[in-house]
Design a protein around this ligand. Sequence first.
Ligand code: CMX
Length: 135
Amino acid sequence: MKIKKIAHLGVAVHDLDAALKFFTGGLPLELTHTEDYQGMKIGFIPVGESSIELLQDVSGSSAIKKFLEKNGEGIHHIAFEVDDIYQAVEELKARGVRLIDETPRQGAHGMTIAFMHPKASHGILMELCQPMVSH
Ligand code: CMX
């Protein structure tokens, strides 16, 4: 398994439009697009070779909703791009790393993804991702 880069930081926000006023109005960054995904509205903001994903709950029951209620706004997860996500997941399993997704699945933004459990990674929710692959 090779971790190539930090693909994105996921940031939980109460209101995407309000957050964009800071991220693209205050900071000199640009929104490429938004996407509806699993009860969330996600805004994608490139930063060099990585990006920031602003995550707003819209369903009232997404993972972001629970996180916001408990912690308020802030960094929700870190995503690492790997060269082979299926191999990476198998390697992590073999090393006894606790995974949320034991099998990679389709994520937002054309990515195949798998999450590790934050309790296994020092309180940080971590995601592996790879531009869409079929297996
Ligand atoms: N970062 C760090 N710790 C987190 C966390 C986060 N983002 N989310 C939850 N936790 C911690 C909680 O604080 C809690 O810790 P304690 O037991 O010490 O209180 C523990 O994990 C369990 O959390 P919970 O609030 O009871 O919530 P759930 O068990 O229902 O779910 C999690 C937690 C991480 C398993 C679930 O949110 C999940 O499956 N996440 C992966 C998918 C996801 O987050 N998607 C949204 C991002 C968008 C995308 O897919 O790209």
